[in-house]
Each structure stands twice: as C-alpha cells, then as structure tokens.
Design a protein around this ligand. Structure first.
Ligand SMILES: Cc1cc2nc3c(=O)[nH]c(=O)nc-3n(C[C@H](O)[C@H](O)[C@H](O)COP(=O)(O)O)c2cc1C
Length: 173
C-alpha cells in the first residue's frame, strides 16, 4: 500500500495541493495511493499520543501507517527545515515497525529560492535513523506560488519533467 503524507497541518497549504497532484499523477499511471494530511492529526496530539499513549483518533492513522509499505512525503520548508509537526507525527508513530525497512520518496517545496533542500536533508537523516529507505531522486520545488495553476496543476516544463521522472521511479522503487 502507498500513502502520500502531506507534511504540514497548515490550513490551505500548497503542500496539500502538491500532494493531491502527485496522487492524481500516480492514479493516471495506474497506481493507487492514499493521502494522509497532517491536518488530520488529533488537535491535542502532544498530550494524547506521545510516549506510549494511543488515542482512538490516532489509532486510525497508525493503522494506515502500519499497512503502508511505500510513502511519499511532500514536505514544505519552515524556518530552513521541515515542519515541527512532521517530527511530532514521526515521534507519535509506533517505533520501530511503522517505518522500519520500508521505502519512501521525498518532495520538498518552498515559497523561497531553495525548495527545502536543507529540510529534505534533515528529514533524510531522520528517515535513515528509523530505517526508512529513501529513493535517491528527491525533488525540490522553489517559488511554489509560481508553479501551480488554480486547478492545482504544475505548469512549468522543467518541474513537470522532473516530477514525472520521480513518479515513474517511485512506482518501480
Ligand atoms: C512557519 C513557516 C515558516 C516558513 N519558513 C520558510 C523558509 O524558511 N523558507 C521559505 O522559503 N519559505 C518558508 N515558509 C513559506 C513556505 O515555504 C510556503 O508557505 C510554501 O507555500 C510551502 O508551505 P505551505 O505548504 O504551508 O504552503 C514558511 C512558512 C511557514 C508557515
């Protein structure tokens, strides 16, 4: 099972739009993928699901993670790295079986110039620690507000080329 993780809980995020784009592209290539947005996390996750606690609300999410063998993380740049809510989410998931020996592809995005290069590097370090195998081709989309039309479609030729290549490789990964 494949799950795309939209790795922020910010309402109206570009991250969720891009995650939906990847889901649609995978579907057009005949590959079904679920979508988990971190907006779906329990509002009181810090109290309800860290350090061995498990809420009924998070259990539904944990069950999705447990069943998934391939992840695609779409990760925005927040303060020069990946969002804190993504680390809280990883910390809340059961260790080690949630991600151990599974596979993932990473997509970074930002409104600024760098497309979350550093945040994707930081998150790659975490993924290695939890034994989540990362696909070598990572995509960084800078100036995301100039990359999508009002229907959530990517519009720049270069970005289309590289995301398409990543999606094809992800299907085979
Ligand atoms: C808390 C926060 C910190 C941010 N820090 C950066 C940053 O360091 N560099 C950057 O290019 N954009 C930064 N941004 C802008 C995001 O990259 C931008 O909102 C982009 O659309 C991706 O995030 P989104 O999915 O929340 O829309 C930040 C946004 C937030 C909410």
């Amino acid at each position: 099972m494949i799950t795309i993780i939209s790795s922020t809980n910010r309402p109206g995020s570009h991250t969720l739009k891009l995650a939906k784009y990847y889901q649609q592209q995978l579907q057009e290539k005949g590959t079904e993928a679920g979508l988990l947005s971190l907006t779906e996390l329990p509002a009181n996750l810090l109290q309800s699901d860290l350090y061995g606690k498990r809420s009924a609300e998070f259990k539904v999410i944990q069950d999705i993670i447990t069943k998934t063998d391939k992840f695609l993380f779409v990760v925005p740049e927040y303060n020069g790295s990946y969002p804190g809510v993504l680390k809280v989410f990883i910390d809340a998931c059961t260790f080690p079986e949630s991600f151990y020996d599974k596979k993932a592809a990473l997509v970074g995005l930002s409104s600024g110039k760098y497309g979350n290069i550093r945040g994707i590097d930081h998150f790659t370090g975490v993924c290695h620690y939890i034994h989540l195998n990362i696909m070598p081709l990572k995509i960084h989309i800078a100036a995301i507000n100039k990359e999508m039309d009002e229907n959530g479609q990517l519009i720049n030729a270069d970005t289309l080329k590289f995301t398409n290549e990543q999606i094809d490789k992800f299907i085979k990964f």
